[in-house]
Design a protein around this ligand. Sequence first.
Ligand SMILES: [Zn+2]
Length: 395
Amino acid sequence: MTARSPGFLLARLFGIEVRLDWSLAIIFALVTMNLGLGVLPSWHPEWGLPGVWFGAVFAASLLFASLLAHELSHALVARTQGVPVTRVTLFLFGGVAHLENEPPSARAEFLIAVVGPITSLVLGFLMTGAGLWLAGPELSSIRDATMEEARVTFSGMGAGVTLLLWLGPLNVMLALFNMVPGFPLDGGRVLRSVLWASTGDLLKATRWASNVGQVVAWSIMAIGVLNLLRGNIGGGVWLLLIGWFVNRAAKASFQQQALKHALEDVPVSRVMVTRLDRIAPTLTIDEFVRDHVMAEDQLVWPVEAEGVLLGMIAFDDLRKVPRESWSSTRVRDVMIPVSQLSTLPPGAGAEKALEELTKREVEQLPVLEGGHLLGLVRRQDLMRWLSLQMGPKPV
Ligand SMILES: [Zn+2]
């Protein structure tokens, strides 16, 4: 029932939560290992083992600081465009700034999307420029140098220059990758905002941007397969993963938009489920499991006394209770109390329900009137409503 914990809270900047997804730990380890085993020992054998690994961890941290700067720029511009942002999550493929609503206009979407790559590009040029400037004229001779001469030149550079010349080009690459027009990457959002401005139709613009995104995704995966065939396993797997991710995100973004469109002006009372098994707070977990959990295919149960909703208990909540205390624990001790649930009034729009479901990362929302539970709006019901609205499937 509770929102899934979206990673680990790192800091709060400008009133925005900065979270790290656990998948980031994998990338952090890969980047650090790549630096510690490959790049730094060849550039700076004189640093020794501790120096190399300290440098690797420090450089990987700076890379994530660059990612963070990129995401924060989205968040801060979103805020100036009237779209609140409460958190930024860094994860496997970069980051997400969680916008509370869709941008209000094509112009706002354009500005919010384009600022991220611009930030990375500016950071990249500044770092590369500073690195080259600090390295001085020695580096310009490197173009014609042999590998061994190049290695000697690099090892002559200070730690600061090494970091700048590693980080700068990576930021430029980050900017370029994000400008790939694969919706919902930044480039895809820029594309959508342009289509939106020229057609005036957000749904159509989203469909086109999503289609382009899927084409881009399949192209990335095809390049990944080519890499695999040529024996570049690491690069190939990486490209396949990115392509798969972009493809999935592109499809999901269009579905989300289509759903929002179909749900406009529909009250939640028309899409909620009302035939629910409701349980008493005094049931023991043993009784609850025997008479309800195993007997029905419901996944959450409203807990009620005298027609008033006290809380909700989900199948997943049962895992918190050790098996041996099932007979002594009551439902009311395990349920999420109504004060901690987000609820909707019956007059709320289904579009609003979808927004809340997405924002809170929950599967259902109770619809309440004067403390009484009227029904539950679940994600799957919204999907069912949508498929009814679409009519027969074209063959
Ligand atoms: Zn971005």
